[in-house]
Unconditional design. Structure first.
Length: 351
């Protein structure tokens, strides 16, 4: 009997010894989970001030964008969304355009303007009434011109995606003028859409950490800085730029098919303005546009005399703010007026 008791106690002691590491691991895992939770709460409650670029882009992707499996589109806007991004309200209408609802057909005598582009056209970080698309239409209306317009800007689009969205959603609105806003990163290749991790989809802290690590690698770890990154997009063998050139040509053909006027405005990179680092890139884009017999307008002269940092949404985020949008809109209005004059003379629109 005593022998059995000794053996049982011996087995229990061995099991207890084996259980000690498991308990330690479980306790450590619990502590790590609590720490991760606290970091997440701290990120959302303290670090997230509504103006942190990486978190606001994350919210934009989660709350406004939707995946589109069309190969040359990739993503677009949800219809009828309201979000607070970079301290301002962003709404999409039933078509997924930023702004109010718009009739499928313009009223008689009204010239319709389609504003096509990426996050700059969308008006990232500025109120709806501060976007150049809104300002141009409002200014033309104040001058007595009969116009309406819609904003097809979507963040992270290249020219190929801008064309695809225009064909899918914009062409049916029968615009009379197509304003294509070109930015230097529009020559990026089609984005990849890998399956995102749970952390990237749900953790604000992970988003901030990933963005900061990427920034450090660009600064110290050998990844290209912004100047080299942009310049490489226009290398002789760059596939993205070749696709962008093709998309510009297709835009010109689509405009002709619709009987619409196409005008391309080049938006400058606002981090450095005088001297501007990319005049050769601007010349490449100009040549591609003008080879299609389409008007090209460089908007650099509208802001080059200004302090670049006064034109940014925030100091780390050089998207054009309200001041920059206002400067762009004034020049755009001046260049769109002759197109309206032609429409008025030929079709009694926009008079």
């Amino acid at each position: 009997m005593s022998s059995l008791f000794i053996k049982t106690r011996s087995r229990r002691s061995a099991l207890e010894k084996l259980g000690a590491p498991a308990k330690t691991i479980a306790m450590l895992a619990g502590v790590l989970l609590i720490c991760a939770g606290l970091i997440e709460v701290f990120t959302r409650q303290v670090i997230d001030d509504g103006l942190l670029y990486e978190l606001e882009m994350w919210k934009y992707a989660r709350n406004v964008k939707v995946r589109d499996l069309q190969p040359d589109l990739g993503h677009r806007h949800h219809a009828n969304r309201d979000a607070r991004l970079m301290g301002t309200d962003v709404r999409t209408n039933a078509m997924g355009f930023r702004g109010p609802e718009i009739a499928a057909k313009a009223q008689d005598g009204v010239a319709r303007i389609a504003f096509v582009g990426d996050s700059i056209t969308l008006g990232w970080g500025v109120a709806e009434q501060e976007t150049f698309s809104h300002k141009v239409v409002a200014d033309l209306s104040r001058r007595g011109r009969k116009v309406d317009g819609f904003n097809l800007g979507v963040g992270n689009f290249n020219t190929t995606q801008e064309l695809a969205l225009f064909l899918k959603a914009g062409a049916s609105m029968r615009p009379d003028i197509i304003v294509l806003s070109y930015f230097i990163n529009d020559a990026e290749p089609m984005p990849q859409y890998p399956r995102e991790s749970w952390l990237m989809l749900n953790s604000a802290a992970w988003v901030v950490l990933s963005y900061r690590v990427d920034s450090l690698l660009r600064q110290f770890g050998g990844l290209p800085d912004w100047k080299k990154y942009y310049r490489d997009l226009y290398a002789a063998d760059a596939a993205g730029w070749k696709k962008s050139e093709q998309a510009i040509g297709q835009f010109a053909q689509v405009a002709r098919d619709l009987g619409a006027e196409l005008i391309v405005f080049n938006i400058p990179e606002l981090r450095e303005l005088k001297p501007y680092p990319f005049p050769d890139v601007t010349d490449k884009v100009r040549a591609a546009v003008e080879s299609q017999k389409v008007r090209f307008v460089d908007l650099l002269p509208t802001v080059e005399a200004l302090d670049p940092s006064t034109l940014w949404v925030t100091v780390p985020d050089p998207h054009p703010n309200g001041r920059a949008n206002d400067a762009f809109a004034r020049q755009m209005t001046n260049d769109i007026l002759p197109l309206l004059d032609r429409l008025c003379a030929a079709r009694s629109k926009g008079c």
